[in-house]
Design a protein around this ligand. Structure first.
Ligand code: NAI
Length: 325
């Protein structure tokens, strides 16, 4: 179709935004035939910097970029949006603990959830990248009672891509040979990549490596990748986070032949309690997803998945206490 799709990005003047916007405008999000209108939300003090980013978008002369609107009012920016990428959040500052972060960022997502509820298009899909992503998505969802719950997702695709990349490296294979790999749980260091249901060239991945490698090297490496990048780069992962954000929304809208990792509202599958937004292996087609059913989980996997779900329940209880949901 030639009607532009309205794509909102929050935190558009931030690090991830600086990579994300150009990829969206070049067609990586919705394909080469779909024009996009960007709706960019920032806090007031960042609007000036955002102006500079918009100048650069103009200077790329992207054929698919049908328009850009910027502003600091969520309801105005979200008006009629079909996709919302909620990236903007406060980074943890010195002396802040997780509870402080949940409180500070939680408030952002009560307001943005309510604004989406009022002004987004009926078909809106919402993906939260800003941390703590899963619980922020839960807050936005709870504050948007008129939007179907399944439209709220959080990003664990970066963990998924990291898990794929590290396994491909270990086995010296192309990432394309890896099938069925998925992240379970929360986007934090408790996330669980299940190699027992992953295949590489048709063989079970866990059979191709030592169990000790999985437990002592692989999982900690995937979980600690963000920190390793900060150490090396002096700044947090932004291009890879933007790329994963694109991958998730692209597949949600356009489908994928592969199993993908998406943090979605739990329906109780695999004993993950309802009332949290947790990562599952999902299949996507025709603009919707389903949690893959019938996967056999061994005791180790089950234990790790339940531990990560417990983290999410803890975060949920905390934001409930704060009155955010
Ligand atoms: P950044 O600090 O460079 O940019 C964040 C931007 O959000 C800033 O420009 C800020 O002004 C804006 N912002 C803050 N409050 C806002 C609000 N209420 N409305 C609109 N904009 C607002 O941070 P960066 O590197 O772009 O990361 C953004 C978020 O993504 C962080 O929370 C980070 O932890 C998270 N992240 C998540 C990953 C994931 O896999 N789920 C991976 C990497 C980062």
């Amino acid at each position: 179709s030639t009607t532009p799709v309205k794509v909102a990005v929050t935190g558009a003047a931030g690090n991830i935004g600086y990579s994300l916007l150009f990829r969206i405008a070049s067609g990586a999000l919705l394909g080469p035939d779909t024009p996009v209108e960007l709706r960019l939300l920032e806090v007031t003090p960042a609007l000036k910097a955002l102006e500079g980013v918009v100048m650069e978008l103009d200077d790329c002369a992207f054929p698919l970029l049908a328009g850009i609107e910027t502003g600091d009012d969520a309801e105005t920016i979200f008006d009629g949006v079909n996709a919302a990428l909620l990236v903007g959040a406060m980074p943890r500052k010195d002396g802040m603990d997780r509870a402080d972060l949940l409180a500070a960022n939680g408030k952002i997502f009560t307001g943005q959830g309510a604004a989406l509820n009022k002004s987004a298009a009926d078909d809106v899909k919402i993906l939260v990248t800003g941390n703590p992503a899963n619980t922020n998505a839960l807050i936005a969802m709870t504050n948007a009672p008129d939007i179907p719950r399944e439209r709220f997702n959080a990003l664990t695709r970066l963990d998924h891509n990291r898990a794929k990349g590290q396994l491909a490296k270990k086995l010296a294979v192309s990432v394309e040979e890896i099938k069925g790999l998925a992240i379970w749980g929360n986007h934090d260091d408790s996330m669980y990549p299940d190699l027992y249901n992953t295949t590489v060239g048709g063989k079970v991945a866990a059979d191709l490596v030592d169990e000790a490698w999985i437990k002592d090297e692989y999982i900690p490496k995937v979980a600690g990748r963000g920190g390793a990048i900060i150490k090396a780069r002096g700044a947090s992962s932004a291009a890879s986070a933007a790329s994963a954000t694109i991958d998730h929304m692209h597949d949600w809208v356009l489908g994928s032949d592969e199993i993908v990792s998406m943090s979605v509202p739990s329906d109780g599958s695999y004993g993950v309690p309802e009332g949290i937004i947790s990562s599952f292996p999902c299949r996507v087609s025709n603009g919707s997803y389903e949690i893959v059913q019938g996967i056999e989980l061994n005791d180790f996997s089950r234990e790790r998945i339940m531990a990560s779900a417990a983290r999410l329940q803890g975060e949920r209880d905390q934001v409930k206490e704060l009155g955010l949901i």
